[in-house]
Ligand binder design. Structure first.
Ligand code: OFO
Length: 178
């Protein structure tokens, strides 16, 4: 049986991860509207990853005999002024998620929930990549500046992102996402 405080924090983290997916899906729509199909593709892959993140917490709670209660997703942003803005928002959002994961680990440690630690350790590591990925694109867009050719090249590169896993609802896919 899972401790109530750990349950509440993990149950809320399911919402946070699904909100990540929802935010990035909104960005997919924006990037397509700007003919930046490579960036849209990168974000589509990210939507899959975020759904897997949510499902990792979802399945962890289920396997510990808890009953998941899905919370409302908040209204999200749908418009951005330029291609840089969504990436800046994504980086800020990933920093927010990192803080949530760290807070969750703190609760688990305080409640002596050793069972939750391996899962949370995975997320602590994952957040290094999550922050770095989005921050790196911000820095690359800064380098590109006003160059349309540069934006075109970067968009092409981001369009090559490979999604290694299958369905985001298939537990077998979880291990394929690093
Ligand atoms: Fe789930 O890591 Fe991004 O938000």
């Amino acid at each position: 049986m899972i401790n109530k405080k750990v349950f509440d924090a993990m149950n809320e983290q399911i919402k946070n991860e699904l909100e990540s997916a929802y935010i990035y899906l909104s960005m997919v729509g924006y990037f397509h509207s700007q003919n930046l199909d490579g960036m849209a593709h990168w974000m589509r892959v990210q939507v899959h990853e975020e759904t897997i993140h949510a499902m990792k917490f979802f399945d962890h709670l289920i396997s510990r005999g808890a009953s998941v209660t899905l919370l409302n997703l908040k209204q999200i942003k749908t418009k951005w002024k330029n291609p840089m803005e969504p990436w800046q928002d994504a980086y800020a959002h990933e920093q927010f998620i990192t803080a949530k994961i760290h807070a969750l680990l703190k609760i688990a440690r305080k409640e002596n929930d050793y069972t939750a630690e391996p899962l949370l350790a995975w997320f602590v590591n994952e957040q290094i990549e999550e922050e770095n990925n989005t921050d790196k694109v911000c820095r690359q867009l800064e380098m590109v500046g006003d160059s349309k050719e540069g934006l075109f090249m970067l968009d092409r590169e981001l369009g090559t992102r490979v999604y290694p896993a299958g369905s985001c609802f298939d537990p077998a896919a979880y291990n394929l996402v690093q």
